[in-house]
Design a protein. Structure first.
Length: 366
């Protein structure tokens, strides 16, 4: 997650204690994140937390707060999830929304809330707690809360650049940036179209945007998950809650061959100041049908050129067959994406997984 730069003022250090949130706290929680958060999630919207925590499809989640009088000083949440581990459903949760107002930094709030919220989750029978912290909070999770990265899960951020004008303008004159950016976009568009000529596209595959899951989703999911040791639940209830009930708006694309569902992609258009980005939040196919994503990726990139976005981005597990698909389509591998989990007996089992699926939709980052 990203945080805004805020001037730090001194506050007298004292002993702090946590309290569970009450529903009446939601508006203030929304304002708290609106002040501090600069990422892509709709954290200033009270409806987002209502959906995520209160209307969670498994059970209500957890939000713990530290307050200084009536003012929220720090917050941490746990969102219930189900992990499919070697075809067995495991009670899991994502820990996130871990923020302390800069006025209260270095007063022990981070470690207090992380550890207490993790204990509260364990009391509810949650065996696996994971998260995707940013660079600032990762060391704190490791040093103060017994979390660590999942060593055998290697995820990369992949990017398909569309418009590089703004990046060049920051390092040179805006006119030069505009000219070079325009030339780059034209050449990239031509390259993308020419490259598609040499790709074999299975014309029996049809693509359709959906407003709800199809009737054969359960059949698709039951077959698709068999190829993985580690995958977050994507059954009808989970996927409907994640993408169709979410107050954030997603585009959901289905892929069919001979009338049968063989895969899907989910993406979201993110306005960011004066630019737009597309984030591919999720994707999955039946085993052996990974190349069917080509037609869906083509449609998303065509949309990106049409509406003038800066880039299309996603996460992908490096040793998965999807990684080659995205690289072949012109995506560039960028930074590593750390996934952490609380170190317990089950975490040791997870380290021995060999086939993984993890996308931005499995996190609270999009």
């Amino acid at each position: 997650m990203n945080t805004k730069k805020i001037n730090v003022t001194s506050t007298k250090i004292k002993e702090w204690s946590h309290i569970p949130y009450e529903q009446k706290d939601l508006p203030e929680i929304g304002l708290f994140f609106k002040e501090l958060y600069s990422g892509v999630g709709d954290y200033g919207n009270m409806g987002f937390f209502y959906w995520k925590i209160i209307s969670n499809y498994i059970r209500p989640g957890i939000i713990n707060l530290i307050k200084d009088g009536d003012r929220i000083a720090s917050i941490t949440s746990v969102t219930p999830k189900l992990l499919v581990y070697k075809n067995e459903f495991i009670n899991a949760a994502e820990i996130g929304d871990t923020y302390t107002h800069p006025d209260y930094w270095r007063q022990g709030m981070f470690s207090l809330l992380i550890n207490q919220t993790r204990k509260d989750a364990e009391k509810k029978g949650i065996n696996f707690i994971y998260g995707t912290p940013n660079k600032l909070s990762l060391p704190g999770h490791q040093k103060k809360a017994n979390f660590d990265t999942i060593k055998n899960l290697h995820i990369r951020s992949l990017v398909f650049p569309i418009d590089i004008s703004s990046r060049i303008s920051k390092k040179s004159h805006w006119i030069l940036g505009s000219i070079i950016g325009s030339i780059f976009s034209i050449l990239l568009f031509l390259y993308f179209k020419m490259k598609n000529i040499f790709f074999f596209i299975d014309k029996s595959i049809t693509i359709k945007e959906l407003n709800q899951l199809p009737d054969d989703w359960s059949e698709f999911w039951n077959h698709a998950k068999e190829g993985y040791d580690f995958i977050i639940n994507r059954n009808v209830e989970a996927t409907t809650w994640r993408y169709f009930d979410n107050p954030n708006k997603y585009k959901f694309i289905s892929l069919r061959k001979n009338k049968g569902l063989i895969g899907y992609l989910v993406f979201r258009i993110i306005p960011d100041d004066d630019t737009k980005n597309i984030i591919i939040a999720d994707y999955l196919t039946l085993p052996g049908e990974e190349n069917s994503l080509f037609i869906g990726i083509n449609q998303i990139i065509d949309k990106a050129f049409e509406i003038g976005v800066t880039q299309v981005s996603l996460w992908c597990v490096e040793n998965s067959p999807y990684f080659k698909v995205f690289k072949t389509k012109g995506f560039f591998a960028r930074s590593n994406v750390p996934v952490i989990c609380y170190q317990n007996e089950f975490a040791e089992k997870v380290e021995h997984c060999t086939s993984w699926h993890f996308t931005p939709g499995d996190s609270d980052n999009i």
